[in-house]
Design a protein around this ligand. Sequence first.
Ligand code: SF4
Length: 180
Amino acid sequence: MTINATLINILHICHRELWLHAHAIRMEHTSDIVAEGKLLGETSYPQRADKNQELEISAEIFTDKGFVTCTAKIDFFDAIRGVVYETKKSAAKELAHVAQVQFYLYLLRKNNVTAHYGQIEYPKLRQTERVELNEEDEKKIESSILKVIEIISLETCPPTLPKSKCSKCSYFDFCWSGEE
Ligand code: SF4
């Protein structure tokens, strides 16, 4: 089983979405919101690719359940300054964004790559958020890895969230099409 940054992100949004995504039931391609977010990430900082590198990393993490392979693809990493950049559309899922960037920092450090901090940028809001990773955060990441394994190993899909939390989710029709 391989755990990636997307799974860590979704863990902090909805366990049902996590299970569906991990079981290859994908709806992102049907979502205008997802497409808009992707475009924003690709076009907001046109110079960024000149100064930063795209990086694919992985590490074998020892957990209570033995070794787990963890992987991530970082779009923009400034290897000279040791900074990870991540662009997001809205701050509504801030906890998930922070967990994703901390996972990047965690894997970089596991590979003995200098990674001082991350920076989440919300160009539409003209805001940035600095993301640190301390020892306590590392333990939380290791717990999140185990939690992801626990959820995606379930035989059946977890229940829905309250509908009020689902309006912008690409799985909305999948989860709620039978409802009035
Ligand atoms: S629609 Fe709601 S319950 Fe279904 S996956 Fe999305 S957030 Fe989760």
